[in-house]
Design a protein around this ligand. Sequence first.
Ligand code: ADP
Length: 512
Amino acid sequence: MSKLLVQVVVLVTSLILTFILFYAVFERSTRNKTEREILEIYEAQLESILFSINQYNQDIVESWVNQINQIILSGNLENEDALLFLSDHPSVDLIFISDNQYKIIATTNSNSQSNDNIEDLLKSNLDAIKPLPGYLEADYQKLLPLLGRSNNFYIVFALKEDPPGRLAGLMVNPTTFISEVLSPRLQEVARDEMILSAFNGSDSTVYSTNSESVMDEEVIRLPDGRLLFFPSYYLGISFRGETLNDLIDERTRNDVLFIMMISIVLIVGIAFIFAGIQKELRLSKMKSDFVSNVSHEIRTPLALISMFAETLEMDRVKDEKERNKFYHIINSETRRLSGLVNRILNFSKMEAGKRSYEMATLNLNDVVGEVMLSHDYHLKNLGFTVDFDRGENVLLEGDRDSIYEAVVNLLDNAMKYSADSKNILIKTVANVDSAIFSITDFGMGIPKSEQKKIFNKFYRAEDSLVHNTKGSGLGLNIVYEIMKAHNGNITMDSKPGKGSTFELHFQIKSTG
Ligand code: ADP
């Protein structure tokens, strides 16, 4: 990864992390508000549940009062029906009747002590009790709950029959009432979605729709959510499995996770786009370098050709030998030009996948010999000595023109990058299953960091020495592609300052 790419990724990552940090702080600060909003929703739900439970409660107690009215009509509690009623309703402990002076005149309980307690209770609640017969006359049967000493509730009401002003009442055990009478209704409302619990005046749970105990802080209560007839008892709501805080925590966790995932996708995306852009930039720089290199390579031979042709045209050179030399220079510069043009044409054919290879059996020594012959003058002129170590019978299946071109490219490079050393070794080897062409120079060599890249198209080493020599950056890429088309390969061994060896390996089919 390039340094710039790392910088961009670090910048984007820190921006995203800062954003997440801000989000977390923001989330914390809005948490109380969210909590309050959710609480309000739960409270509204609880309120409607309480309303329906109290409605049910009212219906039950009213039906009991009707039954008791009937029982009293048919014999003032002294019949079997009263006892039957008590045994049918375990939460009702006793039934009583008082005269209009609040004296107990009949009760299902034989214990006169508890009768005294009821009289005391009635007398100490005179203000509430007195209007009861009046309400009844106005056709409203008011049921008045009074809290007794034993934590039981007395539900008191006026009796319809003569003599007027008589009262009756039933003593109800709230805990039994809730767990026996209200519980089916509570279960039905709660279902699997929530837990409804009933609490007494000292905040301990008397009943819960869930058998497991409910943590106190998880229960939501209504400030005035009292149970009808049992005003010191109230309902609470809590949620299965998850508490309110769990819900909020989970939401925050999910949000942060989501942001992190988006961020990762973003970072990876940016890294990809950036790497793509960098690749494009590198390629376009290489192309523009290529254009300037090629123009440079064309300009020099063109200048030489025009200069020598002009001199000859003016007939200024009288010496035959000198004239021949000029002709030769024009010829060799033209060859160099056409070589360059051919190289570019072949390269573009190869790029388009249109280069065709005509395979035939050929002797590698012949091809190399031809290249050496055509380069003979040039080599001698520049002071090169070339040792050619010919292997015996180096036959292979290949396309003559392209192998010729590959050898030319390698020889050209050996000459270009030899610097002051003017010696080149060429060798051909015939193995059982391969034929090898090898060329060694003792020139500038190639640094390790560049060795993999030199086969890429348009690539030229960064070295300033390289940039002083003419080149297009295509030669080795063409050799590489030619060897690929021959199912062969090119290898290289090079030490900076010591020189380089390039080898072409051709596979040959074993005839055995
Ligand atoms: P060019 O036209 O630049 O020679 P090539 O594709 O033939 O293009 O070579 C690519 C690069 O490989 C050259 O620019 C040079 O840096 C390096 N190179 C190739 N051959 C040699 C060699 N014999 N010695 C040193 N460097 C070489």
